[in-house]
Design a protein around this ligand. Structure first.
Ligand SMILES: [Zn+2]
Ligand SMILES: [Zn+2]
Length: 152
């Protein structure tokens, strides 16, 4: 995904010890530039996300080497951000921040609420100038689909 960070991302995290794990509370703020969903021009999206996650302390298994040999069966549950280093549980803060960042990204980024998008026929950016294509006959690609459906 094409994504540029235009204002520094800030994450504030509060980590509270809880029964069997940690409670991670935080906020994520910043600004990113994504391609507009309609015209592919720059769409600026402000990020403000608040989250609260419980990170469960995984079972520490004895005698299993930490690195290497981890097949698909040996993988830890992917939702856990706790790992062990020298028998001490560590919290993968970068992993949590990354996950929250991805979740905070807009699903449908638009350069503006009234973006006109691209002409489906000639591809012109209709925000810049209207094109000369006729829109009365509908999208020719949809007409093809309609024809196929009738035959099917
Ligand atoms: Zn746009
Ligand atoms: Zn056009």
């Amino acid at each position: 995904m094409e994504c540029r960070i235009s204002k520094p991302l800030r994450a504030r995290l509060t980590i509270l010890p809880a029964d069997g794990g940690w409670l991670v509370r935080g906020t994520l703020t910043g600004e990113v530039v994504l391609p507009c969903n309609r015209c592919a021009e720059d769409a600026v999206a402000e990020l403000t996300a608040a989250f609260e996650e419980f990170e469960e302390l995984p079972e520490q298994e004895e005698g299993i080497p930490v690195s290497g040999g981890a097949g698909p069966d040996a993988a830890q549950p992917p939702e856990s951000h706790i790992f062990y280093e020298h028998n001490a549980p560590m919290l993968d803060l970068a992993g949590i921040c990354w996950e929250e960042f991805v979740l905070a990204l807009p699903i449908n980024p638009l350069c503006g609420p009234d973006c006109k998008g691209l002409c489906p026929q000639c591809g012109a950016n209709l925000n810049v100038a209207p094109c000369s294509c006729s829109r009365d006959e509908g999208d020719p690609r949809l007409a093809v689909l309609r024809g196929l459906r009738l035959q099917g």
